[in-house]
Design a protein around this ligand. Structure first.
Ligand code: SAH
Ligand code: SF4
Length: 385
């Protein structure tokens, strides 16, 4: 068995501990982090400013490993999607979305998800397992490596001290909006967030790293203390009755508690608003009455509402709200002075859009059973009434 430690899983404190245990000075840990994350170097022999013995020790006891890539797809709009193998038939996905002024990488935190939201294809596949920090950071490491190579600044083997770091800023933003509920994999996610922010690693600003949550209230409070980054909350319904059906976690943490947690978070947040995500489902949550209820919610928390056109997948039994309805709904919110944006759908042709990430290689038996159980629990007609 391979017992070498995967260095991609270590934040600054863990790296300093390890290097210390091996008899190294603290600055060695920083040098190593810079080689790994800033320059994307995985070959210890190429880390020329590290002492030869230290390099041999690393080669014997450590490794730099991302989850193996199963496929990479490119959309006609420049969006790229990677499917990674995380073992035992499970796969996870990451998506890179280039825009004029920024590059956003959307990454996964779990294989599957326990929250089982009605409109989410990850939720429909059931829960497989939490990802380790190395698997979360591995997605960023890999994307950055590929993008840097594409820019013609690919690393050369054996590159030395004076070599320019590859332009890490190709990825200026990271959003934890891929597969899984990040706040239900708290420790591994926080270590990964710390690496994203670390100046010796990815050096991203707190405002450009976003955790998206379905509303795990106690963990929102912990995140505010441990590692406050930008926060998006998946709202999707403006009242408890409907949210209970769409986001089952609402039964545990209902809206009043969630909104109070948002206000507590804002005291620590790097941005002065929370983003509320609201997926537009035809005939389910998109009426004028829903818009009025949503305005009442928006008045309780400093927020921006991001309307997401639903990305349909066959098993959901749900439909996207027509474009005119999305526009009308957005207008009602804006008329009430609620900051509102409508999310552009990217990477449609490669199923890279929100909620379409389902790690396509799994055994689907469990999903079918789950779906049947869910359908039995809430007939669609009732949901849409
Ligand atoms: N579990 C976290 C983060 C991952 S989901 C969360 O729920 O916030 C990221 C975003 O994609 C969430 O806002 C989610 O509600 C949205 N989403 C899920 N399925 C979708 C679909 N089929 N179409 C559009 N957006 C979807
Ligand atoms: Fe899980 Fe988020 Fe999908 Fe809900 S929307 S099932 S919380 S990944």
């Amino acid at each position: 068995m391979d017992e070498r430690i995967n260095l991609l899983g270590l934040d600054a404190a863990a790296m300093a501990d390890l290097v210390g245990q091996w008899g190294g000075k603290p600055f060695r840990a920083k040098q190593l982090m810079r080689w790994l994350h800033q320059r994307g170097v995985a070959d210890f022999e190429a880390m020329t400013d590290l002492a030869r013995d230290f390099r041999s020790q690393l080669a014997a006891r450590a490794k730099v490993a991302t989850p193996p890539v199963i496929t990479e797809q490119r959309s006609s709009d420049g969006t790229r999607k990677w499917l990674f193998d995380v073992g035992q038939g499970n796969a996870i996905e990451s998506v890179f979305i280039p825009e004029d002024d920024r590059g956003t990488l959307c990454i996964s935190s779990q294989a599957g998800c326990t929250v089982a939201c009605r409109f989410c294809s990850t939720g429909h596949q059931g829960f497989n397992r939490n990802l380790a920090t190395a698997e979360i950071i591995g997605q960023l490491w890999h994307a950055r490596d590929v993008l840097a190579a594409d820019q013609g600044s690919a690393r050369l083997p054996g590159q030395g001290e004076g070599v320019e770091a590859a332009p890490a800023k190709l990825i200026s933003n990271v959003v934890m909006m891929g597969m899984g509920e990040p706040l239900l994999n708290y420790d591994a996610v926080v270590a990964a967030l710390r690496l994203m922010l670390d100046d010796n690693a990815y050096g991203l600003s707190r405002r450009r790293v976003t955790v998206s949550t379905s509303g795990v209230v106690p963990m929102m409070d912990r995140l505010a203390r441990d590692c406050p980054v930008a926060l998006a909350v998946s709202l999707h319904a403006p009242n408890d009755a409907l949210r209970d059906e769409l986001v089952p976690l609402n039964k545990k943490y209902p809206l009043a508690e969630l909104l109070a947690a948002c206000n507590r978070y804002l005291e620590h947040a790097p941005r002065d608003f929370i983003t509320f995500e609201y997926v537009m489902l035809d005939g389910v949550n998109d009426s004028d009455a829903h818009a009025r209820e949503l305005v009442r919610i928006a008045r309780q928390v400093r927020c921006k509402i991001n309307l997401i056109p639903f990305n349909p997948f066959p098993e959901s039994g749900l439909l996207r709200s027509p474009a005119a309805r999305v526009k009308g709904f957005a207008q009602r919110l804006m008329d009430a002075d609620v900051l509102t944006t409508v999310r552009k759908t990217r990477g449609d042709d490669i199923e890279a859009a929100c909620g379409q990430l389902a790690g396509d290689v799994k055994d689907r038996t469990r999903i079918k059973e789950r779906l049947a159980a869910q359908r039995a629990a809430i007939p669609i007609k009732e949901l849409r009434a």
